[in-house]
Design a protein around this ligand. Structure first.
Ligand SMILES: [Zn+2]
Length: 254
């Protein structure tokens, strides 16, 4: 009798042990699993620069398409055999399709800078700005950009998740000199040149918040000086795609 009781006690204690271990493992794994699930699409996969061992830099122009200013930026780049990346506010494509197609035809890269340049809110759980802008690109140039830059550089979990859903990458920058408020073209050029190193992604603006006709003449006057400075230093201005060695458009729009 005694031995039977002892065996039962041992069995009970073994079961208890196994149950306890399972519970502990579950307690540890469950939150990790939930965390992983929630965050799998919300990781920050932003890029701020390219390889620093090659003499290439990427000039990026935000907030267009801005009519004649955007066209003039492209013409100055064309004149120097340079290519730029234009982070376009999707809404502007509805009326400026021909300019967008002209940029693509000249080897410049179009990228997504939201649909209407609104500020991302932490409560916007389904950030649809990426998707709406991609639809505008699909209609206008027949393909979808690989790169997204959030307005004001604001990244929330939901912004990052939307970028992930679209199969895109977020491109930020590592050179920024406040070009939107600078009044002196020579000063703007020298600020950019002083900071630029190989691999740099440089933030400039050919528009203002997607508004049509915003005066960007200071940039227009500064750009030839910036390009001349790059040439002197043997820095080649390329698109973000060329800088990173990937295609600038997705194989399939999502
Ligand atoms: Zn912007």
């Amino acid at each position: 009798m005694r031995s039977v009781t002892m065996i039962r006690a041992i069995e009970y204690s073994l079961r208890f042990n196994v149950a306890m271990r399972c519970a502990i493992v579950a307690l540890v794994l469950l939150p990790a699993g939930v965390y992983g699930l929630v965050n799998s699409g919300a990781r920050d996969v932003s890029i701020t620069h390219g390889p620093t061992n090659q003499r290439m830099v990427a000039l990026t122009f935000d907030d267009g398409i801005n009519g004649a200013y955007t066209s003039e930026v492209a013409r100055i780049l064309d004149h120097r055999g340079a290519h730029g990346t234009f982070f376009v506010v999707g809404e502007t494509l509805e009326t400026q399709g021909p300019t967008a197609r002209d940029l693509v035809a000249h080897g410049h890269l179009l990228a997504n800078h939201s649909y209407d340049h609104s500020r991302a809110s932490k409560k916007d759980f389904f950030y649809s700005q990426v998707w709406w802008a991609q639809r505008a690109f699909e209609r206008t140039i027949g393909k979808c950009p690989r790169f997204f830059r959030p307005p004001y550089g604001i990244q929330t979990l939901y912004v990052n998740a939307a970028v992930h859903r679209a199969g895109m990458r977020t491109i930020l920058w590592n050179i920024e000199v406040g070009d939107w408020r600078e009044q002196d073209p020579a000063r703007l050029a020298s600020l950019v040149l002083a900071k630029t190193q190989p691999g740099a992604i440089i933030l400039l603006h050919d528009g203002t918040d997607g508004l049509q006709g915003a005066d960007r003449s200071v940039l227009i006057d500064a750009l030839p000086l910036i390009l001349a400075g790059f040439e002197e230093r043997g820095l080649r201005p390329v698109t973000v795609a060329e800088l990173l060695g990937v295609s600038g458009y997705l194989d399939e729009c999502r």
